[in-house]
Design a protein around this ligand. Structure first.
Ligand code: CAA
Length: 262
């Protein structure tokens, strides 16, 4: 495995089928510098292509999931640096391009880019003390990694607008009530909960899970008629797999399916 400086990599779960990426830049509250995001991209790609892995959990520390893009790195950038280097692009986008399900386990601060990376994941679970926010406006900029787009889709325009325009943080309880996260857990149980969820997903056929994820994600991209069409075609495609036949046969034979990811 590559030697990482800003992240930790483990395989979790009873049979090691959940990939865990822990952001580990504690002195900067996991601020997402380029080097860190490049490591995240590499780790995600490795887990995505590892046939033993069925789901990926992304987490930080109890104090911070991630306090945003690195403000010290950005402080002296000019437009040309950002435009020319396509700042906040390739490695950031990679989080939303993973084929396998991704779960963000958010304890502590998920601010700016931290909130945006969490929203790039398929599911967000929060610890009771988690705080979410898009505070870019306070430092004279705007969200640049999906905050103004994904937040609207997650919690609606009025709430997203308020968060982006004030920079105020919301609590885990508020995030739960607004539907930004799926559930809230005691901080010390959050990671286990996320791993259990990853294990549950990993029991299913990986190829079918990937199709399902792709179809749900398309609901953000396509008008309803096209989304329904795409879903129907993928549903038909599941009938080209051995796992679809195995799943239904196992049900009829009253036994557990033995998926082969084929
Ligand atoms: N970038 C760089 N360094 C950061 C950072 C960030 N986003 N967030 C925190 N740090 C650093 C601090 O500078 C400090 O370092 P030093 O010890 O060297 O001074 C260290 O982490 C600890 O931070 P604090 O002392 O501030 O800790 P705190 O507990 O008092 O406050 C906090 C915590 C409320 C999260 C506060 O650190 C904070 O407001 N951070 C910035 C949050 C922010 O504005 N994020 C958005 C960034 S812009 C962005 O993300 C753009 C985008 O759309 C992608």
């Amino acid at each position: 495995a590559p030697a990482y400086k800003h992240i930790l990599i483990e395989k979790k779960g009873e049979v090691g089928n959940v990939g865990l990426i822990t952001l580990n830049r504690p002195k900067a509250l996991n601020a997402l510098c380029d080097a860190l995001m490049q490591e995240v991209q590499q780790a995600l790609e490795d887990f995505d292509s590892d046939p033993s892995i069925g789901a990926i959990v992304l987490t930080g520390s109890e104090k911070a999931f991630a306090a945003g893009a690195d403000i010290k790195d950005m402080q002296n950038k000019g437009f040309i640096d950002c435009f020319g280097g396509n700042f906040l692009s390739t490695s950031w986008d990679s989080v939303s391009k993973v084929k396998k399900p991704t779960i963000a386990a958010v304890n502590g601060y998920a601010l700016g880019g931290g909130c945006e990376v969490a929203m790039m994941c398929d599911i967000i679970l929060a610890g009771e003390k988690a705080k979410f926010g898009q505070p870019e406006i306070i430092i004279g900029t705007i969200p640049g990694a999906g905050g103004t787009q994904r937040l609207v889709k997650a919690i609606g325009k009025s709430r997203a607008m308020q968060m982006c325009l004030t920079g105020d943080m919301i609590t885990a309880q508020q995030a739960n009530a607004w539907g930004l996260v799926s559930s809230v857990h005691p901080p010390d149980q959050l990671l286990d909960e996320a791993i259990r969820l990853g294990e549950k997903i990993s029991q299913h056929s990986k190829v079918i899970v990937a199709m399902c994820k792709e179809s749900v994600n398309n609901s953000f991209e396509l008008p309803l008629s096209e989304g329904l069409h795409f879903e129907k075609r993928l549903f038909h495609c599941t009938f080209a797999t051995k796992d679809r036949r195995e799943g239904m046969t196992a049900f009829v034979e009253k036994r557990k399916p033995n998926f082969t990811d084929s």
